[in-house]
Write a protein that binds this ligand. Structure first.
Ligand SMILES: Nc1ncnc2c1ncn2[C@@H]1O[C@H](COP(=O)(O)OP(=O)(O)OP(=O)(O)O)[C@@H](O)[C@H]1O
Ligand SMILES: [Zn+2]
Length: 753
């Protein structure tokens, strides 16, 4: 601060503080003079808050010298030495609070990794420095030669030195140092430093391949955009195996050349050493952020990024909040993945936040997928995103042929059929005999997916949820896959007391058993969240599979994406219909995406490959068009359906879930709340509001009871997000839920359960 700018003595600073509470309104506090040097926007503070002035942590989001009319309480403490939140992140999180209709403090709390808030991963180092001669008293006690040597050594230094280093350099023990400390000739300096991270080891540099014709064309367009910075959004639509990653790598290299940084978002499951190696092979300093890291590790990476020591941040959803200094590019791989949506407050979608961040920082963003989300596709059609296409696989590899196996015909003569049809079994034998490997997708874990009594129709359900229990054979228990409730297996029907209980439906555990019986001399590995519990198990299995130590890999969607195994010559889908009949308008899209992605694992090497898809509904467009690798036609047909039914991307949706342990309380409030929305809508129509809002519901949620809560939901729709927000704000400010009722507001919802 310049001398001229020093405020008059009576002037004070006032800080706007937000809290991790569902109140979206900053509170003004005064900054005591002694805290003026420490306070800054983007730091956390402790203040008295609420009833009883409880000491509460908040975020400082603004400073001002304008004295408020009302009396203010003082800030008690500034918690951070460094600014945690850059101006860009503050703007981005403010937008998120507005868009997702939650409080700024809630967003900030969610965005800052716990390891940064707690300074985890930092340790305090005790260093030594000599006290300058001017500060020393006139009379100095006599020193031994060793003590003199230490003081002289420290005087020569320009900065504090770690005491162990002092001992080493002066060949002394701790004794003389302690004496000097007590005589007041040297002093301790405490410094917070990052703990050392395990270094990833040196990676050999990989020379870039020669680009295919398609890649070269896409790269030319992208390179031009990177050379002329500014916001621009690209949708990279490239079929599986078309070499999208190579395009990302070129873009990253260009950004690094310009001295800027890149953020790469990938689905959590893709954060395998294989993927990371591909990035490490082409750039020097990478920070990898994923959920299995400790708070401390994430804290260290965050601070390295904030210090400008990182060129590329690779991570799942939350990596979009990396505190880069000179961000030059955002990349999102598999942009259609639903794991980019967070299912707790703030319920943000990382792709949408990324696009906003690119806008705010005025930089390009590239979203890539073989099966783009229809929201993104429609944005490209409308000209909001520029489409880049890789319609062919690299090295002239063909797309694998996909054969649909119609289970209605296959299983007719075989009533005790397992999960594998005769056709699939035959193809598996052929593929294995020819030295190929096989991948099998079954998107259901456990042994039997439901337990039922055919005599009376009883189904074993969870005690807390309206969901069937899954039987896990190895653990000998029936489990609710939502809340974890467990019950002992039964053989006697609790309803009709007959011994007719059946364990039905195929999960991966049962499939594993069947394959082992049918292929006793082959090595079979199951990959799902039940078998992949230990850290690193995922990588170990994929390594073994890559090295040919596993013949048949079966698993849930975990095995469906991103994997590049040239020796996989057969991919089998056990039941393509698993996700098709869910009460979710995206079920066809998700089925298409899953099938297209898993089919894309086949035929990525010189041996070629094929795909067998077992289904009861081969005529469903989500299945038949995936079999033809025809994304364009699927998008066209599905978008037409969405338009007819007024679903996204043509309409914005807000979903409101009302839940209570008391059914009547939830039902009553759901009716009141949806009624308030209808009333607001009626008034706005009367006032001639041009853009309509539709209220659908309330109704019982598809899973009516979940975790012991009764759930009702309704939807509010509008073609305009602004109008949607306006209505919700209007209604929500006047409606208060009773104490025993909770509600969840989900903007652009993905989960419809
Ligand atoms: N120009 C090229 N020349 C030779 N090989 C290439 C080239 N580009 C990419 N590849 C290789 O082709 C394989 C597939 O590429 P990549 O994994 O990038 O495809 P992708 O489009 O990301 O596929 P998916 O969507 O299925 O994950 C990789 O093994 C990659 O190393
Ligand atoms: Zn349950």
């Amino acid at each position: 601060m310049d001398a001229e700018e020093i405020p008059a003595p009576e002037a004070h600073w006032f800080a706007e503080i937000v809290f991790d509470r569902p109140v979206d309104q900053p509170y003004t506090y005064s900054v005591p003079v002694e805290l003026e040097p420490q306070i800054a926007v983007g730091k956390r503070v402790e203040v008295p808050f609420g009833r009883g002035d409880r000491t509460t942590i908040g975020f400082c989001v603004q400073l001002s010298q304008v004295k408020p009319v009302h009396p203010t309480k003082p800030i008690l403490k500034v918690l951070d030495d460094e600014i945690l939140l850059t101006a860009e992140l503050l703007r981005l999180t403010r937008w998120m609070a507005d868009y997702y209709l939650c409080s700024w403090g809630q967003v900030l709390q969610a965005v800052l990794p716990a390891g940064v808030r707690e300074q985890a991963g930092m340790r305090t180092e005790y260093k030594l420095e000599a006290i300058p001669a001017v500060e020393l008293p006139d009379h100095i006690a006599s020193l031994t030669p060793k003590q003199t040597a230490i003081v002289k050594f420290l005087r020569r230094q320009t900065e504090p030195i770690h005491y162990r280093e002092v001992m080493r350099q002066t060949k002394s023990t701790i004794g003389p140092i302690n004496t000097l400390l007590s005589k007041g000739l040297v002093r301790k300096v405490m410094q917070k430093v990052d703990r050392e991270l395990d270094s990833p080891g040196s990676t050999t540099r990989v020379p870039p391949p020669v680009l295919s014709g398609d890649q070269a064309a896409v790269w030319a367009e992208l390179e031009a955009a990177l050379r002329n910075p500014g916001y621009q959004a690209f949708l990279l639509h490239g079929v599986t195996g078309s070499g999208k990653t190579e395009v990302y790598l070129r873009a990253i290299e260009e950004v690094i050349r310009q001295g800027k940084e890149a953020i790469v978002l990938v689905p959590e499951i893709s954060l395998t050493p294989q993927t990371i190696e591909r990035f490490r092979g082409r750039c020097d300093s990478i920070a990898v952020l994923h959920s299995s890291q400790t708070d401390a590790e994430r804290g260290i990476h965050w601070r390295r990024v904030a210090a400008g020591q990182v060129q590329v941040v690779v991570g799942a959803r939350s990596a979009i909040f990396a505190p880069t200094r000179k961000l030059g590019l955002i990349l999102i791989d598999e942009e259609h993945e639903t794991s980019f949506k967070q299912e707790s407050t703030p319920r943000y979608h990382a792709r949408d936040v990324a696009v906003m961040r690119a806008r705010l920082e005025n930089i390009p963003i590239v979203m890539g997928s073989a099966t783009p989300a229809l929201e993104s596709w429609q944005n490209a059609q409308r000209g909001n995103y520029r489409t880049l296409s890789l319609p062919n696989r690299v090295m002239n590899l063909p797309m694998p042929p996909v054969v649909l196996v119609d289970l209605r015909h296959e299983n007719r003569n075989n009533r005790n059929a397992g999960a594998i049809s005769e056709t699939l079994e035959r193809e598996m034998r052929n593929a294995l005999q020819a030295g190929g490997q096989v991948m099998l997708l079954l998107n259901r874990r456990g042994f039997s997916t439901y337990v039922t009594c055919p005599t009376c129709g009883y189904v074993a359900n969870c005690e807390n949820c309206d969901l069937a229990l899954t039987f896990h054979k190895h653990r000998s228990t029936m489990v609710c896959h939502h809340c974890g409730y467990e019950a002992n297996p039964i053989s006697l029907c609790p309803k009709c007391s007959k011994l007719t209980i059946r364990y039905q439906g195929h999960g991966t555990e049962k499939l594993h058993e069947e394959i082992q019986q049918k292929f006793p001399d082959r090595i079979v590995q199951r990959m799902d969240s039940d078998t992949m519990t230990k850290p690193g198990s995922h990588e170990r299995v994929l390594d073994a599979f890559r090295n040919g130590l596993i013949h048949i890999l079966l698993g849930t969607q975990m095995i469906a994406k991103g994997l590049d195994f040239p020796n996989v010559t057969l991919v089998g889908v056990i039941n393509a219909d698993v996700g098709l009949h869910l009460p979710d308008f995206r079920s066809a899209e998700r089925t298409f995406q899953l099938l297209a992605q898993v089919a894309g694992r086949a035929g990525r090497g010189p041996k070629g490959g094929k795909v067998l898809v077992q289904t009861y509904t081969p005529e469903h467009p989500g299945i038949s068009l995936a079999a033809q690798h025809d994304y364009l036609r699927f998008a066209q047909e599905e978008l037409a359906q969405r338009q007819i039914h007024q679903y996204p991307p043509f309409q914005r949706i807000a979903r409101i879930i009302i839940r209570s342990e008391r059914q009547e309380a939830a039902e009553t409030f759901a009716a009141r709340l949806s009624g308030a929305f209808r009333e607001a809508e009626r008034i706005s129509v009367m006032q001639g509001e041009a853009i309509p809002v539709r209220v659908l519901g309330p109704a019982e949620a598809p899973v009516f009871r979940l975790n012991g809560f009764y759930r009702y939901h309704f939807q509010i729709q509008s073609p305009s997000p602004g109008r949607l927000h306006q209505v919700i704000r209007e209604v929500m400010t006047v409606m208060k839920a009773p104490g025993n009722v909770e509600f969840v507001l989900d903007i652009d919802p993905y989960s419809m359960l």
